[in-house]
Design a protein around this ligand. Structure first.
Ligand code: DX5
Ligand code: ZN
Length: 235
């Protein structure tokens, strides 16, 4: 199980020390939401922020690009220290070259799917990816409620992964709290992004431990191959 606190919910006045705190608290990865004000109606971090965070922590940086033109950004975010870069399937015919570009830069490649987009759209790419991100809220803002209708998409993706003998991470993002994490784990997710819930607790360490325990308790008996993390802390 991978627990990835979302930097979006951290104290924006001191992101580097928040990243350090997440590492000390036992996070596996740090999730970094990049919004461009066009693909989603909000703006967040640029490569310079990712570079500062990279210096502050050894955690793998799971960089989620909610951007209309990731072509112009991937290289900069990789140079800034992104370990894994995720693009959205809603970009259509540009997805395959984007995944290829991410891999050619030596990063892991992720593919995200928004709640209204059918899960079938990711199917042609499953062999090419290291991570599938099933969005459990409409992207753009932290602190939204989990959309229950996304759970069958997680189940379907887990079935495809098992039947094809693939081992990509199955990640969920948005509204993941101490209740919804159980449903996601039961459906087959193994990688959990959580912002508001984790950073909203007095003890981040205890919150991460609790989220992990609930996820482990509800995981299907036959654990997926992706239980082995592909990314470990950088030197
Ligand atoms: C939503 C972002 C999420 C967000 C999750 O657009 O992609 O990563 O940070 O935050 P919470 O856990 O607050 O829903
Ligand atoms: Zn995200």
């Amino acid at each position: 199980m991978i627990i990835a606190p979302s930097l979006l919910a951290a104290n924006a006045g001191r992101l580097a020390s928040e990243a350090e705190r997440a590492q000390r608290a036992g996070a596996d990865w740090l999730h970094v939401d990049i919004m461009d004000g066009h693909f989603v109606p909000n703006l967040t971090f640029g490569p310079h922020v990712v570079r500062a965070v990279r210096k502050a922590t050894r955690l793998p940086l799971d960089v989620h690009l909610m951007c209309s033109r990731p072509e112009t950004l991937i290289e900069q975010f990789r140079e800034a220290g992104a370990s894994l870069l995720t693009v959205h399937v809603e970009l259509g015919s540009r997805v395959a070259p984007l995944l290829w570009k991410i891999k050619s830069l030596g990063a892991l490649a992720g593919l995200a799917v928004n709640p209204p987009t059918p899960i079938a759209e990711v199917r042609p790419f499953l062999k090419q990816i290291d991570l599938l991100l099933v969005m459990t809220v409409n992207p753009g803002f932290g602190g939204q409620s989990f959309i229950e209708e996304t759970v069958p998409k997680i189940q379907q993706a887990a079935v495809w992964r098992r039947n094809a003998g693939l081992d990509f991470h199955l990640e969920v993002d948005g509204g993941v709290d101490f209740q919804t994490v159980a449903e996601c784990a039961r459906a087959g997710a193994d990688t959990f992004v959580s912002g508001t819930t984790l950073f909203g607790q007095h003890s981040l360490r205890r919150a991460i431990r609790k989220l992990r325990q609930i996820a482990e308790r509800h995981a299907p008996a036959a654990a997926p191959a992706a239980a082995t993390p592909r990314l470990v802390a950088v030197a």
